[in-house]
Every structure is written in C-alpha cells, then in structure tokens.
Design a protein around this ligand. Structure first.
Ligand code: ATP
Ligand code: MG
Ligand code: MG
Length: 549
C-alpha cells in the first residue's frame, strides 16, 4: 500500500496509545440508523472506523442507532449488514441502541435525581420560541422549576403511557443563555406511541439522538467515537452527559462528510428517488448506494482504495465522482477479460469467404495478464460490426470502414469494403467486403499496414443481450446547492437501454457479477436481471474518462 503521512485521527490514536489511555485499547463503532440503504458516504465512514481499528489492533462494533421507531425497518438492518461484509469488514459485536432503552431510562432518572433534568409540558412551538437565537439568550420554560419528586413521577407516567404524543418532553436543565444552542435545555426524551422494529410496543417514550449516542458509546466502552462535522456543536453535550452520569469516558472526534459531485448522498433524498420511481430501486446502478455500486460492477477493493485516497478531512468538500471511476477502471484494466460485443449492429458480409465455413480464432483474454490465457472466437462470412464503424462519406482521418477503405478485424483478417446496401430511409443495411486470407492475425503475410482495428461478432454464433448504459443521475455538479428542488436537476438521459446487442458466444455462460471489458466500449458486468433466455449487462464505466463537463 501507498506511503502517506498519518491523518489527524491516526495521530490522536497514536498519542492515546503512547500515553496509555484505556491501556492502549482501540474500540470504534459504526452507528448506522436503519432507515435506508448505505451510500458511498457511509462506505467512507466504514473504511475509516474499521480501518483505524485494524491499524491499531483494535475492533469495531456495529451498532444500529435505532432510536426513531417510525422510520426504521429490518429490511434496512439486513442490507446494512450485507453491505459492510461485502466491503470486506468484520465487526466485533452487533448491537442495537434499542437494547439500551432500559439503561438509558435509568440514566435519565439519575439526572432528574441530580436536579439536572425536568419534564416540560410546553409544545414544540413554545419550546422553539423560547430557544432564543445564537446572539440572544433564550427564556426559561415555566416548567423548569418543578421539584425532583414531581419530575420523577411525571417521567414515569410518560413511560407508562399516561400522556399523548407531544404532551410532555424530558429536557436537560442546561443553560438557556449558552452561546451553544445545543446546551439550551436540549430534549432528552419525547413521547411517541409507535411500534418499534425490535422493542415492539414496550416503549412509548424514545431517547433523542444526543441522549442515546454518547451513552451507547460509553456502555460499550468505545474509545474513539468518530462522526461527521455537523456534530461538533453536540460534543459539549456528549461530554456533559458522560461527566454528570460518571460513566466510561468515550470521546467524540469529527471529520468532513464525503460528498460526490453529480449526486446526492442523503438517505432522505435517495429514499425520495426510490419512492417516487425516479430510479428502479435502492440498488439501481445509477444510485450512490453501496448496493447500487455493487450492481454497477464496482468491487470492494476499488471502493476501499477510493476511500483511502480521499483521506480524512476537517473541512467539507466535494469529491469528483471521476476519482471513484478511476479506481474501478484501474482495477478492471488489470483483471477483466476482454471480449467482443456489438452494441449497435450492422451486418457485414465477406463475399470471398466460403459460405457456411466457421473458423475458430484464438483470442487473448487479457493483454495485461498473460495468465488469463486465450479463448476461441468463431469467425464466418456474416458478421456484425458497430454501425458507427462504417461511414459512407468518410472524412480523411476516419480510419475505420468506408467504401474502398481497409480495416483490421480484431483477432482476424484485414478486410476491404467494396459496396453496401441502404434501405428506403437511407440506413445502411449490409456492408460487403472482401478479406485478405494471408492477413490473419498472428501470421500476417500480407505486407499491409492498416490504421484501424474494429471489433465484430459472427452473426450465426452471436448471443443476444440487453445492455444498459448509464450517465450521471444529475445534470449539475452539486444538486444540493441549486435553487428549488434537487429533483429538478435529474438527468433525463441517465439510462440508455439497448435491447438487442450481439455478444460473442463465450459470454453465454456469464453469471451475474461477472465482469468484462467489451473491447472499445468499456467495462461491463452481468446483471441479476439476466435470464437463461437473455443476458443483461450494465456498463460499469467507460474505458477512458471521456465524460465532458
Ligand atoms: P444521511 O444524512 O445520509 O441520512 P446519516 O448520518 O443520517 O446519513 P447514519 O445512518 O446516521 O446516516 O450514518 C451512520 C454513520 O455514517 C454516521 O457515523 C455518519 O456520520 C456516517 N456518515 C453518513 N453520511 C456520511 C458521509 N456522507 N460521509 C461520511 N460519513 C457519513
Ligand atoms: Mg445520523
Ligand atoms: Mg440523516
């Protein structure tokens, strides 16, 4: 792996180890909320948390942050576990914040007993109105002076279902004049008569993120709790709860979220794209989710390499999606076997090649990897080539096929175009050529050099396939910062479906997940939609970064 200097989190961990903090033990956690599928931003967080632990002989817990019953679902739990495993990481314990509900409740009781929390009957609107502004202090709630006994009784009644949603909340008795808005009597519990995916109907009060997260870290003895920058102003509260409860001192550290251009990485927005049918599902290959990247043909190693290259930043920025593409292109160039597929076919007949004869040509699978060996490609007098590889009136520098012009057929012969047929609409229907028998690849005795080489398939043996080509899902660099709704910036041409492409017969047995380079066309992966009757391929990425800004 590449040499690089330590990032700021590695520096912190190394200092802690040197000082003997926690006996040098490192335990991180990845804390997804099971309310959607993981995306590339989560991959960054996963690589960071698991990577940091691995580097320092530590471990990482997988903790589902499932404190919001309404949005959570076991479908998401299952997909999250599958995605982390696929990325190549193993967690220590699989844990759920909901398993700590009783302990968290007891923590809240302790804070009430210490006079540090109170039950507030104010409505959400009233609480917001009393909050103040960053430059003006807030106002104390009229319920702030309740006695400890009254607070204990009311909080228990909240738990016992005596009150309706929104009738009461439990708040920190903080400082309504604090310059940090998060310290102005933040909410600890709210009433929600809702079914929870794990605890069922046992609870009707649920802890807020700020009251659940740090204490869950502490319960698990997490040493380094890494989160994204928006939690910087929450850190004083994180530390305050731990200090007042006198529990294990986990510490929070923040890094910049990963943002990719031409996409959105917010579960809420991605969910909207799925629910409104703008994409075909969470794993639609145009999505930035891990499951979509997998279906698109990305490998775990390419995503890990990308996350490593992006590094750990302390300031928000937008990473170019072309960097992600660079890593998969790089890997597939080394590992993917080359094959021939014609995406926009036009028929080509070799008038001097014996009708009915089938020649078996040997084709190198991967010039980057001699151990990949060779395969057989059938050749005959009737072929398909790409429509764009022929021009009736070619400009001077068109080195492909044109009347009177010569080109080499990959792995085969030099051919010369003699004539062509057109239909009533002016479309080319058949191209007629002669081949040079002495020009066979590997034993060329023709003495000719031609500038162009094109790919082809033999018509009688070719297999029909559906090919899906993808473009950016959004038309603009940063759909989040544009005026109006982010969906106004969807690229209407992000998916092009080719129903009848012709592929060489060696691909007939391809299985979903198999990856290939289609010569001159890019890297492709067989899609799970493939059936025994028809294979389906997704283009993972083009051969070169040709996408124009
Ligand atoms: P979203 O905003 O997409 O809904 P989230 O933060 O609400 O994301 P969680 O399930 O709570 O999603 O995230 C789990 C972990 O992944 C958290 O520690 C979070 O900070 C981290 N994470 C989420 N999005 C990103 C991102 N874009 N870059 C880096 N880390 C991220
Ligand atoms: Mg979150
Ligand atoms: Mg979120």
């Amino acid at each position: 792996s590449e040499e690089r200097s330590l990032n700021f989190l590695e520096q912190i961990v190394e200092e802690d180890i040197a000082k003997g903090v926690n006996g040098g033990r490192v335990l991180t956690r990845f804390p997804p909320e099971p309310n959607g599928y993981l995306h590339i931003g989560h991959a960054k967080s996963i690589c960071l948390n698991f990577g940091l632990a691995q580097k320092y002989n530590g471990q990482t817990n997988l903790r589902f942050d499932d404190t919001n019953p309404v949005t959570e679902d076991t479908e998401y739990v299952d997909s999250i576990k599958a995605d982390i495993k696929w990325l190549g990481f193993e967690w220590k314990d699989e844990l759920y914040a909901s398993d700590y509900f009783e302990q968290l409740y007891q923590f809240a009781v302790q804070l009430i007993q210490k006079g540090l929390a109170y039950v507030d009957d104010s409505s959400a609107e009233q609480i917001a109105a009393m909050k103040g502004t960053p430059t003006e202090p807030g106002k104390d709630s009229p319920y702030r002076s309740r006695t400890i006994e009254e607070n204990l009784r009311l909080f228990e009644e909240m738990r016992n279902g005596v009150y309706k949603d929104g009738e009461k909340v439990l708040r920190v008795k903080g400082d309504m004049a604090s310059p940090n808005m998060h310290m102005r009597d933040p909410l600890m519990y709210r009433i929600k008569h809702a079914h929870h995916h794990r605890t069922g109907d046992k609870w009707c009060i649920y802890p807020m993120y700020d009251f659940a997260h740090g204490q869950s870290d502490s319960i698990e003895h997490i040493t380094h709790s890494i989160c994204t920058l928006e939690f910087v102003p929450h850190r004083p509260l994180y530390d305050w709860f731990i200090e007042k409860l006198e529990i294990f001192p986990s510490h929070q550290y923040e890094f910049a979220r990963l943002n990719l251009n031409y996409t959105v990485t917010s579960k809420r927005k991605l969910k909207q794209l799925v629910q409104e049918g703008i994409v075909r599902g969470w794993d639609d290959p145009r999505m930035p989710t891990i499951s979509a990247l997998r279906r698109r043909g990305y490998t775990p190693a390419s995503i890990r390499a990308f996350c490593e290259r992006v590094g750990v930043q302390k300031r928000d920025n937008i990473i170019e999606v072309s960097l992600l593409e660079y890593f998969i292109r790089e890997e597939l160039n080394r590992t993917a076997n080359r094959v021939m597929a014609v995406l926009d076919p036009v028929k080509l007949v070799l008038t001097n090649y014996p009708e009915g004869q089938v020649e078996e040509l040997s084709a190198e699978n991967n010039p980057e990897d001699p151990s990949a060996g060779h395969r057989i490609v059938p050749f005959s007098n009737t072929l398909y080539i790409e429509r764009e590889d022929f021009m009736e009136n070619a400009p001077k520098k068109f080195f492909r096929l044109a009347p009177g012009q010569m080109v080499r057929l990959k792995y085969a012969y030099i051919i010369k175009c003699d004539s062509f047929d057109k239909d009533a609409d002016g479309n080319i229907t058949t191209i007629y050529c002669t081949y040079l028998p002495e020009s066979r690849s590997g034993g060329d005795a023709s003495g000719l050099t031609v500038k162009g080489t094109i790919h082809w398939v033999s018509a009688a043996q070719a297999v029909t396939a559906e090919v899906r080509l993808y473009d950016r899902l959004f038309k603009v660099d940063d759909p989040n910062s544009e005026e109006g709704d982010f969906k106004d910036y969807i690229n209407p041409n992000s998916l092009q479906v080719i129903e009848n492409a012709y592929i060489e017969p060696s691909l007939a047995s391809a299985k979903p997940g198999d990856r290939f380079q289609f010569l001159r066309k890019g890297y492709f992966v067989a899609d799970p939609d493939s059936t025994p009757e028809k294979l389906v391929f997704n283009r993972t990425v083009t051969l070169k970064d040709t996408w124009a800004k």
